[in-house]
Ligand binder design. Sequence first.
Ligand SMILES: NC(=O)c1ccc[n+]([C@@H]2O[C@H](COP(=O)([O-])OP(=O)(O)OC[C@H]3O[C@@H](n4cnc5c(N)ncnc54)[C@H](OP(=O)(O)O)[C@@H]3O)[C@@H](O)[C@H]2O)c1
Length: 250
Amino acid sequence: MNLKLNLKNKVAVVTGSSRGIGKTIANGLFHNDCKIALISRNYDDLLKAKNEIGGDNESIKIYSCDISDFNEVQNVFKKIIEEFRTIDILINNAGLTKDNLLLRIKEQDWDRVVDVNLKGCFNTIKAVTKQMIRNKSGKIINISSVIGQIGNAGQVNYAASKAGILGLTKSLAKELGSRNITVNAVAPGYIETDMTDNLSEDIRNELYQKIPLNRLGSSKDVTNLVLFLSSDKASYITGQVMNVDGGMVM
Ligand SMILES: NC(=O)c1ccc[n+]([C@@H]2O[C@H](COP(=O)([O-])OP(=O)(O)OC[C@H]3O[C@@H](n4cnc5c(N)ncnc54)[C@H](OP(=O)(O)O)[C@@H]3O)[C@@H](O)[C@H]2O)c1
């Protein structure tokens, strides 16, 4: 038995792949021989990510898209399927925070976070499911967060959106299991990216006390699990939530 992932020529779409965890996941998939479609809003950042990852224009393509916009997502995914002929793997990674305590949070900050983090997953899943059913195979991996499991003061919108992803993942795993499509969620803890860049030294020290492995995670820590779940080595795993959090939540 070997642990070769055998992802050669699989087509993977990674949302939010212009930077952070998504870019590292895209890089990992590409260097395991997948063809990849990168999605985020900012075209220049996507181009930079594409150049960093390397590869020719056939095996890596970029698509500027706001994943909270249902029609835009359907059109972009139609284009991806036309250009790559199929989508085998969908990584729903794009996400954002707009933190505030409930008493201060504005309605639009609630809506925006839920629209991007949760409805964004629905939009992309709607766009790939029919052809995955036709292919009788597919892997869908949704990036949630430990905050969706344990909550966090000042993040009601973010926590609700990430908890929503868990319900979506489990329901969809039940709907699509008989079609040989697996659906799983990955819940990172605190990972070093732009999203966590502004944590103060004090908050970091507080966090280290709560993390048995005593450090923040890296995008590579998350990517290793996502690569495994994207491969047929994980073909009997569906509807699961897996934490990559240094033992923070157990
Ligand atoms: N970093 C952590 O500690 C941590 C912990 C737990 C979970 N997570 C989750 O992991 C995922 C990635 O986090 P990260 O830290 O890598 O974040 P990041 O560095 O801020 O990157 C977010 C990515 O999402 C894209 N994005 C944001 N809004 C979008 C939209 N409406 N449509 C399309 N793309 C959009 C961004 O590009 P544009 O701005 O150009 O669109 C960017 O590529 C998120 O879902 C986050 O909630 C992160």
